[in-house]
Design a protein. Structure first.
Length: 247
């Protein structure tokens, strides 16, 4: 049985997840091909680059938003219902569709609770943007392609301090992130800044079967997904370990 272990020693985000999965062997050309089914590929281009973070080679995944001749981005902040319809129209396989919708539902319900509004009326801001749609659907595509039976994660550091988001200056972890991490073990850290994003929290809440130390399994491949930030004392990467557990 194939098991994926997410070693979130520097937190987790959507782009770090995709970078780590590609680094351990998932096919980036499959990602590009499948993402085209959403019919929003005119709004972005995908980049995959090898970088070194504090001595660790990792894959950096970026969603570059398309600009018009005036240098403006014309992507949409879509509602939850728009995103669900888009995913259903794309005709991904059943597993990809289920994973992506599950992540979006987790995030949508967290946002609805934080803003005290009906779930159906949630207007996604950061998560409705193109890069978050690509991160969530892309992670689902790559996880499915690796034929993973179980996902286990380490406890999750979230960071400290404050972060500016669509609604203003908020504490870290952002309210939606903390709501998503209910029932998930978080880890103390003195690092200032956001280590775990709402998208990363949604991936953990929707897809992880268990939390704890690395399991007893035979390691087959290891990947590192780079985050955007740099920290003075540790590499800002997500480590993904793919192994086989004996039944």
């Amino acid at each position: 049985m194939k098991t994926l272990y997410l070693d979130c020693f520097s937190g987790i985000s959507g782009d770090m997840t995709i970078g780590a999965l590609i680094d351990l062997g998932a096919d980036p050309t499959l990602l590009v091909k499948e993402m085209a089914k959403l019919e929003i590929d005119s709004e972005y281009k995908l980049e995959f680059n090898k970088v070194v973070k504090k001595g660790v080679s990792a894959t950096k995944f970026d969603v570059i938003l398309t600009e018009d001749e005036g240098g403006h981005h014309h992507h949409h902040h879509r509602h939850y219902s728009d995103i669900v319809a888009m995913i259903n129209r794309a005709e991904f396989n059943e597993n990809v569709t289920a994973m992506a919708l599950s992540i979006f539902e987790k995030i949508g319900r967290a946002e609805a609770k934080i803003h005290n509004m009906p779930f159906e009326k949630v207007h996604f801001h950061e998560v409705g943007a193109v890069d978050s749609i690509v991160d969530i659907v892309g992670a689902s595509i790559l996880l499915d392609s690796l034929d993973i039976s179980k996902v286990i994660s380490s406890p999750v550091p979230v960071g400290n301090g404050r972060i500016r988001i669509a609604h203003g200056l908020y504490p870290v972890p952002a309210p939606a992130t903390l709501e998503l991490l209910k029932g998930i073990p978080i880890q103390q850290t003195d690092i200032k800044g956001e280590l775990t994003t709402p998208t990363g929290g949604g991936i953990l809440a929707a897809l992880v079967n268990d939390f704890g130390p690395m399991p007893s399994f035979t390691v087959e491949s290891i990947g590192y997904g780079a985050g955007t930030k740099d920290f003075p004392d540790h590499p800002n990467v997500l480590r993904a370990v793919l192994g086989r557990e004996e039944l």
